[in-house]
Design a protein around this ligand. Structure first.
Ligand code: MOS
Length: 731
């Protein structure tokens, strides 16, 4: 189905199932521990051996010698695979670094060997016996030091409008400030894990992967195999956040280990391997310049961002939202990419916008302060309903102002004292902060197959994944709505490369696009049912397990009484995303209390008011947003991969050293979804929320800390050492 004109009224609009707060249909499996995650699939293939990965001990250089003899002779060892005996390997399409290093080493903890043994302990013990000699080369590991040598990245040209430099120079009120965000790790609960089994030249991987079809292509390219000989199965995933967008070394090394050992092999990355072996969100330095008239109209907007990546890598697109979020005739955005020999930088939840808004939305707060304006008023005054760089492109929907206004009402914004450090409760300094949230809505084709059986049961099959987001449930809701059956008559089968190719889970595009694919397949099935039942009038209605037209109703099951009816289709998009800017918006509100003696920051309340098209399942959408707000709080206050700038690795590579929020850190959270349907986005009229929820949170926290203390921290995370010597005297 080609979607190239705004959606008309359609069966989803009935909202009998879609749009209702619905428990996850996979919830019981998850809460009883019976949803099998990749590493736990002991039953899928007999004779599983264990692989343990050895990572490189240097960040850059070459292996000069490798002695695996002791490892091979160790108890229980079945095989040792290194670049020496792995055969010719290609590199996957989506990544910069190879998954198996040697002799060249591209980053610390790049896999250099896998040891396969009868038990996990034997594999790990034997891996420790491998002797590797390296010739270490000098690498570049420090973004600040590499900043001056950074260059414009191909595919990421500067953008702008008008005359930024002139308008900024002439502006009566100006802000020129620089911010930094650190490297961050995805730190999802489930480590990367794979069981690999060969059957002749056919390979099956039970793995944890967000994008099944990308994974098939990457494995094919890496192992020089035809795609049709590879099967990826990933029905349950314990979090991804972008860290599982691509197959990682667990999958490749399990496949190589299994081939060498002649046995199925399972491999999990250990927690301490994950941070340096896989991808991460790269650090940024961001310079923001805003010029405005004394009454607060922005006349000049400049945002430059510096980030680093391995040679051939990509910049963190932290200026992305600044092209679209606020008005202003004279504009400039620019990204500069430095070569760094740290582990590969790549997507993490809301790549671009998440770190970009951490800087931009502090800058907006600072500018409002300079202007003596309320920060919400300042944002509202500079709202735009069109793409400011291309004023003939309207937003399909844009309710940022409404998000901010409703949020202000609900949060009690009028109780905020605009004068920093003026609200005290004993030794606590109390403050409120606000930030806008913004994330693009991306359209990606997505296919599904729907089956109707003789009992009236419906089964949906698509290679779409559920990374903890609620995909199973919204897909079931979609099929139930389309076919007029209760939710419990729908079975959903996901995450298998034998199913039709979906959009996958990434970039918050999963909900809208995957359900639109199911919508397309259901439309086809409805036609097949109508034909089978002899309806030729206007399209019949599907409700209460019956198909009806012209006063005549037949049980849906009857259409499949002679055998299953099957329909498959794909949603594909025209150019509606070129004609209209499609985005999601939020107002984030935070109240903090800062201990005036120790600088300890405690979150007290958080509110997100979101506008993101039709909300397919308010319950799972809320869960997405509160999870994202939690991650935003982590970004504001805790998360930072500490770079060893001499040796080039992330030092705090475990969950003891890499801090993320726990329950006790997170206070009352409230989420409000504005009424919105976006007929430009798809027949579902929906968008995504999973990334919107994090976008802006960090700055809202930072702005609240400033309001509480008068201290403006521009370098994340906002740890107490950055406050301590600047706090006001407390009585
Ligand atoms: Mo997302 S960072 O595209 O999983």
């Amino acid at each position: 189905m080609k979607f190239d004109t705004p959606a008309a009224t359609n069966p989803i609009d009935q909202l009998k199932v879609v749009g209702k707060a619905t428990d996850r249909i996979d919830g019981p499996l998850k809460t009883t521990g019976t949803a099998p995650y990749a590493y736990e699939r002991h039953d899928v293939v007999a004779g599983q051996a264990y692989g343990h990965i050895l990572g490189a001990a240097i960040a850059k250089g070459r292996i000069t010698a490798m002695d695996v003899s002791a490892a091979k002779a160790a108890p229980g060892v079945l095989a040792v695979v290194t670049a020496d005996n792995a055969g010719a390997l290609g590199k996957g399409h989506w990544n910069t670094a190879k998954l198996l290093g040697g002799p060249e080493i591209q980053h610390y903890h790049q896999a250099v060997a896998v040891v396969v043994a009868e038990t996990f302990e034997q594999a790990r013990a034997a891996a420790a016996l491998i002797r590797v000699e390296y010739k270490e080369e000098r690498g570049a590991f420090d973004l600040a030091a590499a900043r001056d040598g950074a260059v414009e990245a191909k595919d990421n040209p500067d953008t702008g409008a008008g005359d930024f430099a002139g308008a900024f120079a002439d502006a009566p009120v100006r802000l020129d400030a620089t911010y930094s965000t650190p490297d961050q790790g995805h730190a999802m609960m489930e480590p990367h894990a794979t069981i690999a089994a060969w059957n002749g030249d056919k390979l099956t991987l039970w793995t944890a992967n967000q994008m099944i079809n990308w994974g098939v292509k990457d494995v094919a390219q890496t192992l020089n195999m035809p795609e049709e000989n590879i099967r990826l199965i990933s029905p349950y995933i314990g979090g991804g956040f972008g860290g599982k967008l691509f197959v990682r070394s667990d999958a490749l090394m399990a496949a190589l280990g299994a081939r060498a050992a002649g046995r199925p092999v399972k491999v999990a990355l250990t927690r301490p391997q994950m941070f340096n072996n896989t991808t991460h969100r790269p650090a940024t330095i961001q310079r923001i310049r805003i010029g405005a008239t004394p009454d607060g109209k922005i006349t000049a907007f400049g945002h430059e961002s510096w980030s680093g990546d391995l040679p051939g890598g990509k910049p963190e697109t932290a200026v992305q939202q600044t092209r679209l979020l606020y008005a202003g005739a004279n504009r400039l955005t620019a990204m500069r990419l430095a070569v760094l020999d740290l582990p590969e930088g790549n997507a993490m939840r809301a790549p671009g916008e998440a770190p970009g808004l951490m800087a931009l939305e502090i800058a907006m707060d600072e500018m409002a302060e300079k202007l003596g304006m309320d920060p919400i008023q300042f944002r509202i005054l500079n709202d735009t309903q069109v793409d400011p760089e291309h004023p003939d492109r309207p937003f399909s929907q844009r309710q940022l102002v409404e998000c901010l206004r409703q949020g202000a009402d609900r949060f009690g914004w009028t109780r905020r004292n605009p004068k920093p450090a003026s609200v005290r409760e004993g030794r606590w300094l109390v403050g409120m902060g606000v930030a806008a949230g913004y994330r693009n809505n991306l359209l990606t084709k997505s296919a599904a197959r729907v089956r109707l059986d003789g009992q009236g049961g419906v089964t949906v099959e698509t290679d779409m994944t559920d990374i903890g987001t609620g995909t199973y449930t919204i897909i079931a809701q979609t099929a139930a709505e389309m076919l007029g059956v209760p939710l419990d008559r729908v079975a959903v089968r996901l995450g298998d490369s034998r199913f039709p190719v979906s959009c996958g889970s990434g970039g918050q595009w999963g909900a809208n696009n995957s359900t639109a694919g199911v919508y397309a397949a259901c439309m086809k099935l409805r036609q097949a049912v109508a034909r089978k039942l002899g309806f030729n009038a206007a399209e019949p209605t599907f409700a209460d397990g019956k198909v009806a037209s012209g006063g005549h109703a037949v049980p849906l099951a009857q259409a499949a009484k002679d055998g299953e009816l099957v329909a498959e289709d794909m949603i594909e998009y025209g150019d509606l995303d070129k004609k209209y800017q499609q985005s999601t918006f939020a107002g984030h509100f935070v109240e903090v209390a800062v201990d005036g003696a120790t600088g300890e920051i405690r979150l007290r309340r958080m509110l997100a008011v979101c506008a993101a098209g039709r909300i397919l399942n308010p319950k799972s959408a809320r869960s997405q947003v509160i999870g994202a707000m939690t991650m935003g709080a982590g970004a504001a206050l805790m998360e930072e991969l500490a770079v060893d700038k001499r040796r080039g690795f992330f030092v705090n590579h475990d969950l003891a050293g890499y801090e993320v929020p726990v329950h006790a850190d997170i206070p009352h959270q409230e989420v409000v979804f504005l009424d919105e349907v976006d007929p430009i986005s798809s027949p579902m009229k929906a968008k995504g929320v999973g990334e919107l929820g994090i976008c802006g949170v960090g700055a809202a926290v930072a702005n609240a800390v400033h309001n509480a203390t008068g201290v403006r921290v521009r370098d994340y995370p906002i740890t107490l050492d950055k406050l301590l010597h600047h706090l006001p005297e407390i009585a």
